[in-house]
Each structure stands twice: as C-alpha cells, then as structure tokens.
Write a protein that binds this ligand. Structure first.
Ligand SMILES: *[C@@H]1O[C@H](CO)[C@@H](O)[C@H](O)[C@H]1NC(C)=O
Ligand SMILES: *[C@@H]1O[C@H](CO)[C@@H](O)[C@H](O)[C@H]1NC(C)=O
Ligand SMILES: *[C@@H]1O[C@H](CO)[C@@H](O)[C@H](O)[C@H]1NC(C)=O
Ligand SMILES: *[C@@H]1O[C@H](CO)[C@@H](O)[C@H](O)[C@H]1NC(C)=O
Length: 217
C-alpha cells in the first residue's frame, strides 16, 4: 500500500511530463492476479482475486472477506463490459443478481481515448530489480447520467496495469493490481454459473447508477 501511495504522489507531482504524442493507449493482456480497491480515506473496500479476458472484455472479481481490514466488502462480480451486464454472485447460497451496467469503463484496461501523460520510474531506474517503469495515462469518464470524473492510470511497459486513481465525487477510488500472471488460469470463472441461468435483468431503481466503481462506494 505504501508503494501505491508513493506512485500516487509521483503521478500528482508530475505536472511537467515529457509528453510524447506518438503514444497510443496499449491494451492489457489476459490476466489473473490480485486487485485491491481502496477509497481516499485509506479504507480497503475490497481485496481479492481477479481474472480478466481482454479480448472478450470480461472480468471476474472475488474479494476475500476475511481480509484483516474490517472495511472490506464480500463481493463476487462477473462483468461483461461489452454486453453491458454484470452478475453479483453469492456462491454460498447459490444465488445471483443480474444487472445492467450503466458505465462501461473497465478498471483493468486503458481506454482508447486516454491521453499519454508521461513515463516515470517508481523506485530506482538505475539499480537492477529496484524499480518499475510505468507509462501514465489520463482521461475523463462519464456514464451519461450526469456523473463524471477523471482517472490516472499507470501501466508497465508490457501494459500491465499497476495503479489507477479515479477522481470523482461519486466514486473516488484507488485500484492497485498485484501478482499478475499473463494468462487466464481458470476460464470457468468467466462463465456464468448454472444457477444464474435464466436470471431476469433487475430493474434499476430511480437514481441508481450501476458501474464497477459503484460497487465499492
Ligand atoms: C484471452 O483469452 C480469451 C479466452 O481464452 C481468448 O479468446 C483471447 O484470444 C485471449 N486474448 C489474448 C490477447 O490473448
Ligand atoms: C483470505 O484471507 C485469509 C486471511 O488473510 C487467508 O487466510 C485466506 O487464504 C484467503 N482466502 C482466499 C480465498 O484468498
Ligand atoms: C466489523 O465491522 C462490523 C460492522 O461494522 C462489526 O459488527 C464487527 O464486529 C467488526 N468485526 C471485527 C472483527 O472488527
Ligand atoms: C443469499 O444470501 C444473501 C446474503 O448472504 C441474501 O441477501 C440473499 O437474499 C440470499 N438469497 C437467497 C435466494 O437466499
């Protein structure tokens, strides 16, 4: 977490980045890893394993409720960004809720309209194994319901997301990604569980916005 905060400060201080207009947002590979979601008060909202299919735009995230921080939520989400739907799964009682996704912003991919902000070396650039070089991307997002914000996303040279900060009134969050492997280790995690089949799409109550980020506020 300290590393995350450090990178965060770097990103904020780095106002005079060597902007290079030849950079286009990269796309993350297929991944399996750990994701940590923290709010700006430093509370860990969720920490757990994810599986991401970058081609199919599918994400499974299961947080570990027994994390020692008592602020973490027990969540199991299966998100289909392209289709604009997601499932909130409760494996224990084999139930699930199917909901419409109002904002298709993907927490683990760099949006195509992101602007390249700069490259920085967290840690040391000159000592072998003591640093990580990241590209920083920035952009704005909106769900079309009057809810908007901006983000700053850093990714390694191979496009593994490291840290994303969402600056928004509704969903100020910091997402950090760890222990990444560039493959989908268990493809079954991206398949809708049989007990969710035939589940009707829930009506969204007036004034509610469903997005990946809104799951943590
Ligand atoms: C990611 O995984 C999916 C499902 O296995 C596969 O169809 C797709 O080609 C993979 N994408 C990349 C970029 O490897
Ligand atoms: C959840 O966290 C607890 C305590 O940190 C750990 O013992 C357990 O192995 C974790 N479970 C999973 C599924 O990651
Ligand atoms: C965690 O928080 C809940 C409600 O906020 C409380 O009831 C519970 O005792 C807390 N558990 C621990 C281990 O602190
Ligand atoms: C499953 O459990 C959750 C809480 O653990 C509860 O909110 C939900 O209503 C339960 N669903 C069914 C079908 O029992």
């Amino acid at each position: 977490m300290f590393a995350a905060v450090t990178v965060f400060m770097f990103v904020c201080l780095m106002t005079t980045a060597h902007a290079d207009h030849h950079h286009h947002p990269c796309h993350t590979p297929n991944m399996t890893g750990l994701m940590n979601v923290m709010n700006f008060k430093g509370e860990i909202k969720a920490l757990g394993a994810f599986t991401y299919d970058t081609t199919g735009h599918k994400l499974r995230f299961r947080s570990n409720e027994s994390h020692p921080e008592n602020t973490s939520l027990g969540l199991d989400l299966l998100v289909f960004f392209e289709e604009g739907i997601f499932y909130e799964i409760d494996s224990k009682n084999q139930s699930c809720e199917k909901k419409k996704l109002h904002c298709k912003l993907q927490p683990l991919d760099i949006p195509d309209d992101s602007k390249f902000h700069g490259t920085l070396n967290a840690g040391s650039a000159s000592i072998e194994g003591e640093g990580v070089k990241v590209n920083v991307w920035r952009g704005k997002f909106s769900d079309g319901k009057g809810w908007r914000g901006s983000y700053s996303m850093s990714a390694t040279m191979g496009c593994l997301p490291v840290l994303t900060i969402y600056f928004s009134e509704a969903t100020p969050l910091v997402i950090s990604v760890m222990e990444v492997e560039m493959e989908i280790k268990d493809p079954d995690l991206l398949v809708v569980p049989s007990f969710c089949h035939g589940q009707p799409l829930e009506e969204t109550p007036e004034g509610t916005v469903n997005s990946f980020l809104h799951e943590f506020v």
